[in-house]
Design a binder for this molecule. Structure first.
Ligand SMILES: Nc1ncnc2c1ncn2[C@@H]1O[C@H](COP(=O)(O)OP(=O)(O)OP(=O)(O)O)[C@@H](O)[C@H]1O
Length: 212
């Protein structure tokens, strides 16, 4: 579980108390510019609050070793980031982030297929479309295998059908492996369909508190 106590960050985040489960699927929704990405960045220790405390498993972030925390909690930013030239290198990078051994080409291909990326491992990652790079990033994250996935609009560049299909497949795998997922979505219908809990940005920007 994540817990935010009396957290303020710039004039964006303001909450007395917010708890977010780390073992189920939670959607974060709200208007553009309302602070959803900033919440994920706080949960990934990429930014620290100006005041208050963010904790994971009851331990304040300040007491965590940052590398260890980021092996357990990994974030997919809104814009895909590439690590290496080929599809294979990009997938294997997930293993390196998590400090794990490389895996076979079969496993790389299986992860890519799980996220509906039908490309050769030797293909150039740079030449993939924005939507393909999003699916590549999701597959890399699956291979990294953290305990909690923080996904910032992970399928925004896909058409609606594929968006639902990819989320279905990714979340099925996360549930199978008993992982937590916190995903930002602009689509209320997607939040309703996939998430066990939904958090509206009001609950962490207006000084209130919420236990989902
Ligand atoms: N480091 C920062 N310093 C100052 N303002 C910031 C910073 N980061 C974000 N903001 C501002 O805070 C607000 C919230 O940004 P954030 O990216 O969290 O919103 P969002 O809800 O994820 O938006 P979107 O749905 O459009 O992605 C925006 O107005 C943004 O410009």
């Amino acid at each position: 579980m994540f817990q935010l106590d009396n957290v303020k960050y710039k004039n964006i985040i303001n909450t007395k108390q917010l708890t977010i489960p780390a073992d189920t699927i939670t959607a974060v929704t709200g208007p553009s510019g309302s602070g959803k990405s900033t919440l994920l960045r706080l949960l990934n220790y990429l930014v620290s609050p100006d005041s208050g405390t963010v904790s994971y498993h009851g331990k304040p972030f300040s007491a965590w070793e940052p590398t260890e925390l980021r092996r357990q909690v990994m974030m997919l930013p809104q814009q895909p980031v590439l690590f290496g030239e080929t599809v294979a290198e990009n997938l294997q990078a997930g293993r390196l982030f998590s400090g794990r051994e490389e895996v076979s080409e079969e496993k790389l291909t299986a992860a890519a297929q799980q996220c509906m990326l039908n490309k050769q491992l030797s293909d150039s990652a740079e030449n993939l479309s924005g939507g393909e790079q999003q699916r590549l990033s999701l597959a890399r994250l699956l291979l990294a295998g953290p305990d909690v996935y923080l996904l910032d609009e992970p399928t925004s560049a896909l058409d609606e059908d594929m968006e639902w299909n990819v989320m279905e497949r990714f979340l099925a795998e996360a549930r199978r492996a008993a992982k937590g997922v916190i995903f930002v979505s602009h689509a209320a219908a997607m939040a309703d369909h996939f998430a066990d809990h939904t958090i509206q940005s009001d609950s962490f920007t207006r000084g209130g508190g919420l236990k989902p």
